[in-house]
Design a protein around this ligand. Structure first.
Ligand SMILES: *Cc1c(COP(=O)(O)O)cnc(C)c1O
Length: 373
Protein backbone atom coordinates (compact mmCIF):
# COMPACT_ATOMS: atom_id res chain seq x y z
CA UNK A 1 0.00 0.00 0.00
CA UNK A 2 1.35 3.41 -0.96
CA UNK A 3 0.29 6.42 1.09
CA UNK A 4 -2.65 6.84 3.42
CA UNK A 5 -5.93 5.11 2.75
CA UNK A 6 -8.46 7.09 0.72
CA UNK A 7 -11.99 6.14 1.81
CA UNK A 8 -14.95 6.25 -0.57
CA UNK A 9 -16.95 8.16 2.03
CA UNK A 10 -15.94 9.79 5.28
CA UNK A 11 -17.88 11.47 8.07
CA UNK A 12 -16.67 15.04 8.63
CA UNK A 13 -17.73 16.45 11.99
CA UNK A 14 -16.04 19.39 13.65
CA UNK A 15 -16.36 21.99 16.37
CA UNK A 16 -19.72 23.27 15.02
CA UNK A 17 -21.36 19.86 15.51
CA UNK A 18 -19.70 19.40 18.92
CA UNK A 19 -20.93 22.77 20.13
CA UNK A 20 -24.52 22.17 18.96
CA UNK A 21 -24.66 18.64 20.39
CA UNK A 22 -23.32 19.93 23.73
CA UNK A 23 -26.00 22.61 23.71
CA UNK A 24 -28.64 19.87 23.34
CA UNK A 25 -27.07 17.72 26.07
CA UNK A 26 -27.02 20.66 28.46
CA UNK A 27 -30.59 21.73 27.61
CA UNK A 28 -32.17 18.57 28.98
CA UNK A 29 -34.32 18.40 25.80
CA UNK A 30 -32.88 15.36 24.01
CA UNK A 31 -35.91 14.17 22.05
CA UNK A 32 -37.60 16.12 19.24
CA UNK A 33 -37.56 19.84 20.01
CA UNK A 34 -36.15 23.16 18.84
CA UNK A 35 -33.17 21.67 16.94
CA UNK A 36 -35.46 19.45 14.88
CA UNK A 37 -37.67 22.46 14.12
CA UNK A 38 -34.63 24.45 13.01
CA UNK A 39 -33.38 21.59 10.85
CA UNK A 40 -36.80 21.35 9.20
CA UNK A 41 -36.77 25.06 8.41
CA UNK A 42 -33.28 24.79 6.83
CA UNK A 43 -34.17 21.73 4.71
CA UNK A 44 -37.46 23.28 3.55
CA UNK A 45 -35.44 26.27 2.38
CA UNK A 46 -32.89 24.08 0.55
CA UNK A 47 -35.69 22.10 -1.17
CA UNK A 48 -37.60 25.29 -2.00
CA UNK A 49 -40.83 24.19 -0.31
CA UNK A 50 -43.04 25.27 2.59
CA UNK A 51 -42.72 22.15 4.74
CA UNK A 52 -40.06 19.70 5.86
CA UNK A 53 -40.86 16.90 8.31
CA UNK A 54 -37.89 15.24 10.00
CA UNK A 55 -38.13 11.49 10.65
CA UNK A 56 -35.91 8.68 11.93
CA UNK A 57 -34.23 7.80 8.63
CA UNK A 58 -34.53 7.98 4.86
CA UNK A 59 -36.28 4.63 4.56
CA UNK A 60 -38.97 5.85 6.96
CA UNK A 61 -39.23 9.06 4.89
CA UNK A 62 -40.20 6.90 1.88
CA UNK A 63 -42.50 4.63 3.91
CA UNK A 64 -44.40 7.41 5.65
CA UNK A 65 -44.76 9.33 2.36
CA UNK A 66 -46.44 6.35 0.69
CA UNK A 67 -48.51 5.70 3.81
CA UNK A 68 -49.75 9.31 3.76
CA UNK A 69 -50.79 8.88 0.10
CA UNK A 70 -52.71 5.75 1.11
CA UNK A 71 -54.50 7.71 3.84
CA UNK A 72 -55.63 10.29 1.31
CA UNK A 73 -56.58 7.48 -1.08
CA UNK A 74 -54.28 8.83 -3.76
CA UNK A 75 -53.21 5.17 -3.89
CA UNK A 76 -55.01 2.04 -2.79
CA UNK A 77 -53.67 -1.40 -1.86
CA UNK A 78 -52.34 -3.17 -4.94
CA UNK A 79 -51.83 0.02 -6.97
CA UNK A 80 -48.51 0.37 -8.73
CA UNK A 81 -45.56 2.60 -7.98
CA UNK A 82 -43.23 3.00 -10.94
CA UNK A 83 -39.60 3.47 -9.94
CA UNK A 84 -35.99 2.90 -10.97
CA UNK A 85 -34.52 -0.60 -10.74
CA UNK A 86 -31.08 0.94 -10.20
CA UNK A 87 -31.38 1.96 -6.58
CA UNK A 88 -30.76 1.05 -2.96
CA UNK A 89 -32.99 -1.74 -1.60
CA UNK A 90 -34.87 0.72 0.67
CA UNK A 91 -36.75 2.20 -2.31
CA UNK A 92 -38.37 -1.17 -3.08
CA UNK A 93 -38.80 -2.13 0.59
CA UNK A 94 -40.82 1.04 1.24
CA UNK A 95 -43.18 0.32 -1.67
CA UNK A 96 -43.75 -3.24 -0.46
CA UNK A 97 -44.33 -2.16 3.16
CA UNK A 98 -46.89 0.40 1.98
CA UNK A 99 -48.94 -2.47 0.50
CA UNK A 100 -48.25 -1.30 -3.05
CA UNK A 101 -46.79 -3.05 -6.07
CA UNK A 102 -43.34 -2.02 -7.32
CA UNK A 103 -42.89 -1.75 -11.09
CA UNK A 104 -39.72 -0.66 -12.83
CA UNK A 105 -38.74 1.27 -15.95
CA UNK A 106 -35.16 1.14 -17.19
CA UNK A 107 -32.61 3.89 -16.63
CA UNK A 108 -30.83 6.05 -19.20
CA UNK A 109 -27.13 6.90 -19.52
CA UNK A 110 -27.58 9.22 -16.53
CA UNK A 111 -28.29 6.17 -14.28
CA UNK A 112 -31.74 7.64 -13.50
CA UNK A 113 -35.22 6.79 -14.82
CA UNK A 114 -35.48 7.15 -18.61
CA UNK A 115 -38.64 9.18 -19.36
CA UNK A 116 -39.30 7.22 -22.58
CA UNK A 117 -39.09 3.91 -20.70
CA UNK A 118 -41.42 5.32 -18.04
CA UNK A 119 -44.04 6.30 -20.66
CA UNK A 120 -43.97 2.74 -22.02
CA UNK A 121 -44.26 1.03 -18.68
CA UNK A 122 -47.28 2.94 -17.27
CA UNK A 123 -50.44 0.89 -16.72
CA UNK A 124 -53.93 1.83 -15.57
CA UNK A 125 -52.87 0.80 -12.05
CA UNK A 126 -49.88 3.16 -11.88
CA UNK A 127 -50.58 5.91 -9.35
CA UNK A 128 -47.17 7.07 -8.18
CA UNK A 129 -43.97 7.90 -10.04
CA UNK A 130 -40.94 7.46 -7.78
CA UNK A 131 -37.76 8.73 -9.45
CA UNK A 132 -34.41 8.17 -7.71
CA UNK A 133 -31.83 10.96 -7.97
CA UNK A 134 -28.88 8.60 -8.02
CA UNK A 135 -25.32 9.60 -7.07
CA UNK A 136 -26.57 13.15 -6.36
CA UNK A 137 -27.69 13.76 -9.96
CA UNK A 138 -31.37 14.65 -10.36
CA UNK A 139 -33.45 12.46 -12.65
CA UNK A 140 -34.72 14.20 -15.80
CA UNK A 141 -37.61 15.93 -14.00
CA UNK A 142 -38.21 18.38 -16.87
CA UNK A 143 -39.56 15.37 -18.80
CA UNK A 144 -40.81 13.23 -15.89
CA UNK A 145 -42.85 15.90 -14.07
CA UNK A 146 -45.03 16.83 -17.10
CA UNK A 147 -45.50 13.12 -17.86
CA UNK A 148 -46.67 12.51 -14.28
CA UNK A 149 -49.04 15.48 -14.52
CA UNK A 150 -50.57 14.28 -17.82
CA UNK A 151 -51.10 10.77 -16.47
CA UNK A 152 -52.37 11.89 -13.06
CA UNK A 153 -49.47 10.35 -11.14
CA UNK A 154 -48.30 11.61 -7.78
CA UNK A 155 -44.52 12.20 -7.61
CA UNK A 156 -42.51 10.87 -4.67
CA UNK A 157 -38.80 11.59 -5.10
CA UNK A 158 -36.15 9.33 -3.60
CA UNK A 159 -33.78 12.23 -3.05
CA UNK A 160 -31.80 10.37 -0.37
CA UNK A 161 -28.51 11.11 -2.17
CA UNK A 162 -29.34 14.50 -3.63
CA UNK A 163 -29.97 17.21 -1.01
CA UNK A 164 -29.31 20.55 -2.73
CA UNK A 165 -29.36 19.28 -6.34
CA UNK A 166 -31.38 21.18 -8.96
CA UNK A 167 -33.07 20.51 -12.32
CA UNK A 168 -33.74 23.46 -14.60
CA UNK A 169 -33.15 25.72 -11.61
CA UNK A 170 -35.77 23.89 -9.51
CA UNK A 171 -34.78 22.13 -6.29
CA UNK A 172 -35.14 18.38 -5.90
CA UNK A 173 -37.66 17.53 -3.23
CA UNK A 174 -40.16 20.10 -4.58
CA UNK A 175 -42.17 17.94 -7.00
CA UNK A 176 -44.61 16.30 -4.59
CA UNK A 177 -43.11 14.49 -1.64
CA UNK A 178 -39.30 14.61 -1.41
CA UNK A 179 -37.52 11.96 0.66
CA UNK A 180 -34.05 12.72 1.98
CA UNK A 181 -31.63 10.63 4.05
CA UNK A 182 -29.14 11.90 6.63
CA UNK A 183 -27.40 8.53 7.01
CA UNK A 184 -23.69 8.52 7.88
CA UNK A 185 -22.47 8.16 4.27
CA UNK A 186 -24.73 10.87 2.80
CA UNK A 187 -23.51 14.39 1.94
CA UNK A 188 -25.15 15.79 5.10
CA UNK A 189 -25.46 13.40 8.01
CA UNK A 190 -26.99 13.10 11.46
CA UNK A 191 -25.81 9.48 11.88
CA UNK A 192 -29.33 8.27 11.14
CA UNK A 193 -32.05 10.60 9.95
CA UNK A 194 -34.50 11.44 7.22
CA UNK A 195 -36.67 14.33 6.04
CA UNK A 196 -39.80 14.58 3.89
CA UNK A 197 -40.36 17.85 2.00
CA UNK A 198 -43.61 19.09 0.46
CA UNK A 199 -45.55 22.20 -0.48
CA UNK A 200 -48.82 20.59 0.56
CA UNK A 201 -50.19 21.74 3.93
CA UNK A 202 -52.46 18.70 4.04
CA UNK A 203 -49.66 16.20 3.46
CA UNK A 204 -47.30 17.94 5.88
CA UNK A 205 -49.97 17.85 8.59
CA UNK A 206 -50.64 14.18 7.98
CA UNK A 207 -46.91 13.34 7.99
CA UNK A 208 -46.52 15.10 11.35
CA UNK A 209 -49.42 13.08 12.74
CA UNK A 210 -48.10 9.77 11.42
CA UNK A 211 -44.65 10.55 12.81
CA UNK A 212 -45.99 11.09 16.33
CA UNK A 213 -48.45 8.25 17.12
CA UNK A 214 -51.23 9.99 15.17
CA UNK A 215 -51.54 12.47 18.01
CA UNK A 216 -52.97 16.00 17.72
CA UNK A 217 -53.55 16.86 21.37
CA UNK A 218 -52.57 14.71 24.30
CA UNK A 219 -54.44 11.38 24.06
CA UNK A 220 -56.26 12.57 20.98
CA UNK A 221 -55.16 10.15 18.27
CA UNK A 222 -56.53 11.00 14.83
CA UNK A 223 -54.84 8.18 12.90
CA UNK A 224 -53.00 4.98 13.82
CA UNK A 225 -49.52 6.41 13.91
CA UNK A 226 -45.92 5.52 14.57
CA UNK A 227 -42.93 6.79 16.48
CA UNK A 228 -40.85 8.03 13.55
CA UNK A 229 -39.42 11.03 15.40
CA UNK A 230 -35.87 12.35 15.13
CA UNK A 231 -33.99 13.43 18.27
CA UNK A 232 -32.59 16.91 18.86
CA UNK A 233 -29.15 15.31 19.20
CA UNK A 234 -29.34 14.08 15.60
CA UNK A 235 -30.75 17.37 14.33
CA UNK A 236 -27.87 19.23 16.02
CA UNK A 237 -25.30 17.16 14.11
CA UNK A 238 -27.03 17.82 10.79
CA UNK A 239 -27.35 21.55 11.55
CA UNK A 240 -23.61 21.72 12.19
CA UNK A 241 -23.05 20.05 8.83
CA UNK A 242 -25.46 22.42 7.08
CA UNK A 243 -23.43 25.37 8.33
CA UNK A 244 -20.76 24.22 5.82
CA UNK A 245 -23.19 23.05 3.14
CA UNK A 246 -22.06 25.48 0.41
CA UNK A 247 -18.39 24.77 1.08
CA UNK A 248 -18.75 20.98 1.09
CA UNK A 249 -20.85 21.03 -2.09
CA UNK A 250 -18.23 23.24 -3.74
CA UNK A 251 -15.44 20.87 -2.62
CA UNK A 252 -17.28 17.85 -4.08
CA UNK A 253 -17.77 19.72 -7.38
CA UNK A 254 -14.11 20.76 -7.48
CA UNK A 255 -13.01 17.17 -6.77
CA UNK A 256 -15.32 15.84 -9.49
CA UNK A 257 -13.92 18.31 -12.03
CA UNK A 258 -10.32 17.54 -11.09
CA UNK A 259 -10.91 13.79 -11.28
CA UNK A 260 -12.75 14.11 -14.62
CA UNK A 261 -9.77 16.01 -16.04
CA UNK A 262 -7.33 13.41 -14.68
CA UNK A 263 -9.28 10.52 -16.23
CA UNK A 264 -10.18 12.08 -19.58
CA UNK A 265 -9.51 9.94 -22.64
CA UNK A 266 -8.83 6.62 -20.90
CA UNK A 267 -10.02 3.71 -23.06
CA UNK A 268 -12.91 1.77 -21.56
CA UNK A 269 -13.79 4.35 -18.95
CA UNK A 270 -17.08 6.28 -19.16
CA UNK A 271 -16.99 9.35 -16.94
CA UNK A 272 -20.03 10.79 -15.17
CA UNK A 273 -21.71 13.73 -16.89
CA UNK A 274 -24.12 16.44 -15.84
CA UNK A 275 -26.80 16.70 -18.53
CA UNK A 276 -27.82 20.24 -19.52
CA UNK A 277 -29.88 21.99 -16.86
CA UNK A 278 -29.13 19.46 -14.13
CA UNK A 279 -26.85 20.21 -11.23
CA UNK A 280 -25.45 17.28 -9.27
CA UNK A 281 -24.31 17.43 -5.65
CA UNK A 282 -21.74 14.72 -6.47
CA UNK A 283 -22.73 12.26 -3.77
CA UNK A 284 -20.74 9.71 -5.76
CA UNK A 285 -18.34 10.00 -8.69
CA UNK A 286 -19.26 6.90 -10.64
CA UNK A 287 -17.44 5.61 -13.71
CA UNK A 288 -18.38 2.74 -16.01
CA UNK A 289 -15.62 0.26 -16.73
CA UNK A 290 -16.56 -1.14 -20.15
CA UNK A 291 -15.33 -4.18 -22.15
CA UNK A 292 -12.74 -1.90 -23.79
CA UNK A 293 -10.89 -1.35 -20.52
CA UNK A 294 -7.58 -3.13 -19.74
CA UNK A 295 -9.12 -4.56 -16.54
CA UNK A 296 -12.68 -5.43 -15.65
CA UNK A 297 -14.51 -3.52 -12.90
CA UNK A 298 -13.82 -5.97 -10.08
CA UNK A 299 -10.13 -6.38 -10.95
CA UNK A 300 -9.76 -2.63 -11.15
CA UNK A 301 -11.38 -2.19 -7.72
CA UNK A 302 -9.05 -4.85 -6.26
CA UNK A 303 -5.93 -3.22 -7.75
CA UNK A 304 -6.98 0.21 -6.47
CA UNK A 305 -7.56 -1.38 -3.06
CA UNK A 306 -3.95 -2.64 -3.04
CA UNK A 307 -2.91 1.01 -3.29
CA UNK A 308 -5.17 2.03 -0.41
CA UNK A 309 -7.78 3.57 -2.71
CA UNK A 310 -11.26 2.43 -1.73
CA UNK A 311 -14.11 2.32 -4.23
CA UNK A 312 -17.71 1.16 -4.13
CA UNK A 313 -20.24 -0.67 -6.30
CA UNK A 314 -23.63 1.06 -6.17
CA UNK A 315 -25.39 -1.19 -7.07
CA UNK A 316 -24.32 -4.69 -8.12
CA UNK A 317 -27.70 -5.68 -9.64
CA UNK A 318 -31.20 -4.46 -10.41
CA UNK A 319 -33.06 -4.06 -7.13
CA UNK A 320 -35.69 -6.70 -8.05
CA UNK A 321 -32.87 -9.25 -8.45
CA UNK A 322 -32.17 -9.47 -4.71
CA UNK A 323 -33.15 -12.77 -3.10
CA UNK A 324 -35.73 -11.17 -0.77
CA UNK A 325 -37.90 -10.27 -3.78
CA UNK A 326 -37.76 -13.72 -5.43
CA UNK A 327 -41.33 -14.55 -6.39
CA UNK A 328 -42.59 -11.62 -4.29
CA UNK A 329 -46.16 -10.83 -5.36
CA UNK A 330 -45.65 -7.07 -4.95
CA UNK A 331 -42.45 -6.84 -6.97
CA UNK A 332 -42.71 -7.14 -10.76
CA UNK A 333 -39.49 -8.13 -12.51
CA UNK A 334 -39.78 -5.82 -15.50
CA UNK A 335 -36.88 -6.18 -17.95
CA UNK A 336 -34.24 -3.47 -17.56
CA UNK A 337 -31.33 -4.27 -19.90
CA UNK A 338 -29.31 -1.10 -19.35
CA UNK A 339 -29.56 -1.52 -15.57
CA UNK A 340 -28.38 -5.11 -15.86
CA UNK A 341 -25.43 -4.02 -18.02
CA UNK A 342 -24.26 -1.06 -15.96
CA UNK A 343 -24.65 -2.93 -12.66
CA UNK A 344 -21.67 -5.02 -13.80
CA UNK A 345 -19.63 -1.96 -14.80
CA UNK A 346 -20.17 0.86 -12.30
CA UNK A 347 -17.48 1.85 -9.84
CA UNK A 348 -17.70 4.83 -7.49
CA UNK A 349 -14.41 6.60 -6.73
CA UNK A 350 -13.59 8.88 -3.78
CA UNK A 351 -14.99 12.40 -4.33
CA UNK A 352 -15.87 13.55 -0.78
CA UNK A 353 -14.55 16.87 0.57
CA UNK A 354 -11.80 15.28 2.67
CA UNK A 355 -10.02 13.60 -0.27
CA UNK A 356 -8.06 16.74 -1.12
CA UNK A 357 -6.20 17.62 -4.32
CA UNK A 358 -3.35 15.24 -3.53
CA UNK A 359 -5.82 12.40 -2.96
CA UNK A 360 -7.67 13.12 -6.21
CA UNK A 361 -4.34 13.20 -8.05
CA UNK A 362 -3.38 9.83 -6.53
CA UNK A 363 -6.71 8.30 -7.61
CA UNK A 364 -6.28 9.74 -11.11
CA UNK A 365 -2.68 8.54 -11.45
CA UNK A 366 -3.53 5.05 -10.17
CA UNK A 367 -6.35 4.61 -12.69
CA UNK A 368 -4.20 5.97 -15.51
CA UNK A 369 -1.40 3.54 -14.64
CA UNK A 370 -3.80 0.56 -14.36
CA UNK A 371 -5.85 1.30 -17.50
CA UNK A 372 -3.33 2.89 -19.84
CA UNK A 373 -1.58 -0.48 -20.26
C1 LIG B 1 -29.60 5.98 1.77
C2 LIG B 1 -30.71 5.72 0.82
C3 LIG B 1 -32.01 5.39 1.25
C4 LIG B 1 -32.35 5.07 2.68
O1 LIG B 1 -31.98 6.02 3.62
P1 LIG B 1 -31.62 5.54 5.11
O2 LIG B 1 -31.46 6.83 5.83
O3 LIG B 1 -30.38 4.73 5.04
O4 LIG B 1 -32.77 4.74 5.62
C5 LIG B 1 -33.00 5.25 0.30
N1 LIG B 1 -32.74 5.39 -1.02
C6 LIG B 1 -31.51 5.68 -1.48
C7 LIG B 1 -31.30 5.83 -2.95
C8 LIG B 1 -30.45 5.82 -0.57
O5 LIG B 1 -29.23 6.10 -1.04
Amino acid sequence: MSGREIAVSKVDVGPAEEELVLRVLRSGQLAQGAMVAELEARIAEIAGVRHAVAVSNGTVALEVSLEALRHLEVVRAGDEVLTSPFTFVATANAIVHAGLTARFADIGDDYCLDPAAVAERLTERTRVLLPVHLYGLPADMTALAPLARERGLFVVEDAAQALGATVGGRDVGSYGLGCFSLYATKNVTSGEGGVVTTDSDELAGLLRLLRNQGMRDRYEYLVVGHNYRMTDLQAAIALGQLGRFEATNAARRRNAERLSAALAGLAGLVLPAEPAGRRSVWHQFTVRVTEDAALDRDELAARLGEQGIRSGVYYPRAVFDYGCFDGHPQVVRDPAPLTAAVARQVLSLPVHPLVGDDGIDRVGAALRQLLDA
